[in-house]
Design a protein around this ligand. Structure first.
Ligand code: NAD
Length: 265
């Protein structure tokens, strides 16, 4: 593959599994050095590092809670100490704590907002500070930020109001930051995955009955694979996407196409 991210480095949060791992490996395949952030799963992060190295890039694991300002600062400091720069941020860490509307506890609400929304905000701030410190480098942009949103930044989701609110918020965080930072040649975009088979939705894809229901929402007729997202993230971080800022790439097998209208009328 063309190594269009050679001599650039990236921080990918929540990269011990799933989409964070796929983004890390895709960036590494294009030549980037990757700081592989993880929260609890050191073994998972070590596996991501190994896969990045197999793909021809450099990587190292770095523990940290994205909802902690101190951890985020330490994480970026460590990435800069190791690779000299941070050119790309993939703000991917996220989680669900599902409950019906009145069963949802304050803690369920606060944790999901803290990780999915505030965590992205804190990482984006640190990334922008670092982009400014290091100045123009190997890319037409001063720096690139990709936020991992969700189709639930536009599709309401009963039983998941904390998650949908966090992703809806993330979408306007991304757009507002993009509007503010474009003048400095900082690009801020998002990816909205539909349903990609990872740990976050294992209960769905490991159950044939739930899969059958899911396929009704999925015109393209298959669940997504993490690589469907990783490859897009690598492209979005590259100069091939230099004119893209403040926007969301929806990668969802057609979930946002109102599939229930297909056979209607
Ligand atoms: P996943 O559970 O495999 O990955 C989430 C990662 O975030 C995990 O590695 C987890 O350890 C990490 N994380 C959680 N809290 C953290 C914290 N406080 N600090 C640092 N890391 C933390 O699931 P995934 O599907 O790979 O999810 C990745 C992102 O993609 C999430 O933001 C999720 O909302 C989003 N997403 C996933 C899908 C999907 O279908 N899989 C769809 C839409 C959006």
């Amino acid at each position: 593959p063309e190594r269009y991210l050679a001599d650039q480095s990236a921080v990918v949060t929540g990269a011990s599994s799933g989409l964070g791992r796929a983004c890390s490996v895709a960036l590494a395949k294009r030549g980037a050095s990757v700081a592989v952030n993880f929260y609890h799963d050191a073994d998972g992060a070590a596996e991501t590092v190994r896969l990045c190295e197999d793909a021809g890039g450099k990587a190292f694991p770095i523990q940290g809670d994205v909802s902690s300002e101190d951890d985020v600062k330490a994480m970026f400091a460590k990435a800069v100490e190791t690779y000299g720069t941070v050119d790309i941020l993939v703000a991917n860490a996220g989680l669900q704590m599902d409950a019906t509307f009145t069963e949802m506890t304050r803690k369920d609400w606060d944790t999901v907002i803290a990780v999915n929304l505030t965590g992205a905000f804190l990482c984006m701030q640190e990334a922008v500070r670092q982009f400014r410190r290091q100045g123009m480098r190997k890319s037409r942009a001063l720096g690139k930020i990709i936020a991992m949103s969700s189709v639930h930044d536009v599709i309401p989701w009963a039983g998941h109001v904390n998650y949908a609110a966090s992703k809806g918020g993330l979408s306007l965080l991304m757009k507002s930051a993009a509007q503010e930072l474009a003048v400095e040649k900082i690009r801020v975009n998002a990816i909205s995955p539909g349903a990609i088979a990872t740990a976050i939705n294992k209960s769905v894809w490991s159950d044939p009955a739930q899969m059958k229901e899911l396929m009704k929402l999925m015109p393209y007729g298959r669940i997504g694979h993490p690589d469907d997202i990783g490859e897009a993230a690598a492209w979005m971080a590259s100069d091939y996407a230099d004119y893209m800022t403040g926007n969301t790439m929806v990668i969802d097998g057609g979930m946002e196409l109102y599939p229930e209208f297909r056979d209607n009328g």
